[in-house]
Design a binder for this molecule. Structure first.
Ligand code: IMP
Ligand code: MG
Length: 172
């Protein structure tokens, strides 16, 4: 496994993003929505550095399974428990690749009329984008590589790694 982004680089960037969010959401009604499973590590670290009252909830969607290619098919496995109407939502995701998953989820959540909805992703692969999507809070832009660690998996493995690495045997 080759390290692409070290534990230290991630931790310092996560603190910066949390600081930015804390400034932007002062006196608002923040709900952070994590996309399971990939965002659980990022959201746990991020939320602990956001020095504001906030609520957290999760949505689970079907992912790539054992395949490393995007199918574009998104299935909701677990929906939100809380009502987001009139609230300020940040959707937290591990990585935006084609953008299909997040644009589907964002559209679904916008139909519930939150007062605002923004996207925060640890990683962004702009070259892979198939749909237009504004990522307001982005940790790192990366090239077209298949990465694992810090929540990201390949066939459910490697999520626990504290860094982001490139899985050499899985070509895109
Ligand atoms: P998208 O719909 O193509 O943007 O894909 C989003 C989802 O695909 C992410 O939430 C990840 O679960 C998965 N994914 C995309 N790229 C990678 C990668 O490089 N490593 C691990 N998972 C990835
Ligand atoms: Mg995944």
């Amino acid at each position: 496994m080759k390290t692409l982004i070290s534990r230290e680089e991630i931790q310092s960037r996560v603190r910066e993003l949390a600081g930015q969010i804390a400034r932007d959401y002062r006196d608002r009604d923040l709900v952070m929505v994590g996309i399971l499973k990939g965002a659980f590590v990022f959201l746990a670290d991020l939320a602990r550095h956001v020095d504001l009252p906030l609520e957290m909830d999760f949505v689970a969607v079907s992912s790539y399974g054992k395949d490393t290619k995007s199918s574009g098919v998104v299935r909701i496995i677990k929906d939100l428990d809380i009502d987001i109407r009139g609230r300020d939502v940040i959707v937290v995701e591990d990585i935006v690749d084609t953008g299909l998953t997040l644009s589907y989820i964002a559209d679904m959540l916008r139909q519930r009329e939150p007062s605002s909805l923004e996207i925060c992703a640890l990683l962004n692969k702009p070259e892979a984008r198939k749909v237009e999507l504004e990522v307001k809070y982005c940790g790192f832009e990366i090239p077209m590589l298949f990465v694992v660690g810090y929540g990201l998996d390949h066939a459910e493995r490697y999520r626990h790694l504290p860094y982001v690495g490139v899985l050499e045997e899985a070509a895109e």
